[in-house]
Design a protein around this ligand. Structure first.
Ligand SMILES: NC(=O)c1ccc[n+]([C@@H]2O[C@H](COP(=O)([O-])OP(=O)(O)OC[C@H]3O[C@@H](n4cnc5c(N)ncnc54)[C@H](O)[C@@H]3O)[C@@H](O)[C@H]2O)c1
Ligand SMILES: O=c1ccn([C@@H]2O[C@H](COP(=O)(O)OP(=O)(O)O[C@H]3O[C@H](CO)[C@@H](O)[C@H](O)[C@H]3O)[C@@H](O)[C@H]2O)c(=O)[nH]1
Length: 435
């Protein structure tokens, strides 16, 4: 079976390498010339643990190739659409121009019966619209079917999640599409991976509702953190205690500066936009609060920084972390970078440290100072902000580092540092939601 993957960013490059690992011949189509040049050489143009080894092995072995020309992919049995669906400028809605362009360019070139499988996260109703467009554009006799197979991989665990997904969802309208997807995912299905076969609209909704739920869980605990701060309670103990209830669970109850990335923020906004178009805006109205709670945590760190450095002359801020989460170089809607940018605009001297994300961060916020040397980031700082939960920050010796900084002040924006140890070493500490 030949599989094509259209759009080879964080999702598509991983999916393409994963399909090759499962034994399929794969052609990845990527329109960005810099990315396609790297991928052709067997290099991954972003940071994702385990992916470089997998991808280079299959490019060298000849099972995986990349192109910028969709015409080289049209004889595939299955086409996975993995292009971006970012937030539209000036609106909460998703920008579907990349998805539309992928279908418009692929459909007229099809030569044989095929299944086009959407993997991008889209507003409900998109698949139905694309089904009609595919039928209009595909040459007679090609019997192209559209299916939706949402993706749930997490950055940082993308290879594991691709090879061993925790569930599969097939949105289909024809048996042939379902059978093709069963063949593609035969390895996971043989390992008893739960499968939900459903209609197109449900498959689209599964994805956005899963992300809405995860965002809600994070904002719930962050709302509790706001209350904990008022009364001197400890949100980490609260999360542990409620998390022991199996109906609630401890996962996604880590309080701090909140969620970012290329998925959760834009997906909850696009969901509200779509619900409003459908006349059911009341059904997603709560997501406005989820987004607002999330935003308030970022602003709170800026306020704490102002409060702790009041009276200092051009304070120097060491920002620990730029990526939206550890084990990723993704800075899309990163809380850490948002805070760095805000403080930079307010006139602070901002030095950003990140083990992997300096390149993408510099491209977004060129005027800050960047370093991969942690001691250099901390040297002469008037305040240290712990904003991305890279494990290396939990290994910092507060006593040693107290000798590097100008003022020993810390905001723990991820509620993960050993606050008593930092205080014992002479640091003035604020930890979101902890006394
Ligand atoms: N990143 C994740 O962890 C993840 C997980 C699940 C779902 N998703 C969803 O998957 C989609 C892609 O997300 P991403 O993070 O990989 O985005 P991304 O921006 O990293 O990748 C998209 C890629 O598609 C390319 N592209 C755009 N139009 C193209 C075209 N017509 N032909 C070929 N290439 C084209 C872009 O150049 C880019 O490299 C989004 O809808 C996202 O919500 C992402
Ligand atoms: O308890 C928690 C858990 C996460 N986060 C933050 O939430 C954001 C998102 O984290 P995570 O969900 O792990 O990252 P993503 O890689 O964006 O994955 C989400 O978005 C993907 C794209 O849609 C989905 O495929 C995944 O299932 C979904 O978890 C990050 O900024 C985290 O720091 C918290 O603040 N507290």
């Amino acid at each position: 079976m030949l599989i094509s993957v259209i759009g080879c960013g964080y999702l598509g490059a991983t999916h393409a390498a994963g399909m090759a690992e499962l034994g399929f011949d794969v052609v990845g189509v990527e329109s960005d010339p810099t990315k396609v040049a790297a991928l052709r050489d067997g290099r991954v143009p972003f940071y994702e643990p385990g992916l470089p080894e997998l991808l280079s092995r299959h490019v060298e072995g000849g099972r995986l190739r990349f192109t910028d020309d969709i015409a080289e992919a049209t004889d595939a049995d299955v086409h996975f659409v993995c292009v971006g669906t970012p937030q539209q400028a000036g609106s909460l809605g998703a920008d579907l121009t990349y998805v539309d362009a992928a279908i418009e360019s692929l459909a007229p070139l099809l030569t044989r019966p095929t299944v086009v499988v959407g993997k991008s996260t889209v507003p409900v109703g998109t698949a139905e619209r694309l089904t009609a467009r595919l039928a209009e554009l595909a040459p007679a006799g090609t019997e192209a079917l559209l299916a939706w197979n949402p993706e749930f991989l997490r950055e940082g665990f993308a290879v594991e999640d691709t090879l061993r997904p925790d569930r599969l969802v097939f949105g289909v309208t024809h048996d042939r599409a379902e059978q093709t997807l069963r063949e593609v995912y035969a390895t996971a299905l043989a390992a008893d991976t739960p499968l939900v076969v459903t209609d197109l609209a449900t498959a689209e909704l599964v994805k956005v509702s899963a992300n809405a739920f995860l965002a809600t869980k994070i904002s719930f605990i962050n709302a509790m953190a706001e209350i904990c701060e008022k009364v001197g309670a400890d949100v980490t103990h609260l999360a542990d205690a409620i998390g022991h209830d199996k109906r609630i669970g401890r996962k996604f109850l880590n309080a701090g500066v909140g969620f970012g990335g290329g998925c959760l923020p834009k997906d909850i906004r696009a969901f509200q936009h779509r619900a409003s178009e459908l006349g059911v805006d009341h059904a997603t109205a709560f997501l406005r609060d989820i987004d607002a709670i999330n935003q308030r945590r970022r602003e709170h760190v800026v306020e704490l920084t102002r409060e702790l450095t009041a009276g200092d002359d051009s304070p120097r801020v060491a920002v620990l972390g730029a990526a939206f989460k550890p084990d990723s170089d993704d800075v899309r809607d990163s809380p850490a970078l948002w805070i760095a940018q805000k403080l930079h605009t307010d006139g602070y001297d901002v030095v950003v440290h990140d083990p992997e994300a300096i390149g993408p961060a510099r491209a977004k916020l060129p005027d800050a100072t960047y370093t991969e040397d942690l001691d250099e980031a901390l040297a002469g700082a008037d305040i240290v902000l712990h904003l991305t939960e890279w494990p290396v920050y939990r290994q910092i010796d507060p006593a040693r580092v107290a000798t590097l900084v100008r003022h020993a002040r810390l905001v723990d924006g991820r509620t993960l540092l050993d606050v008593p140890a930092w205080r014992a070493a002479g640091w003035e500490v604020r930890s979101l939601g902890r006394p």
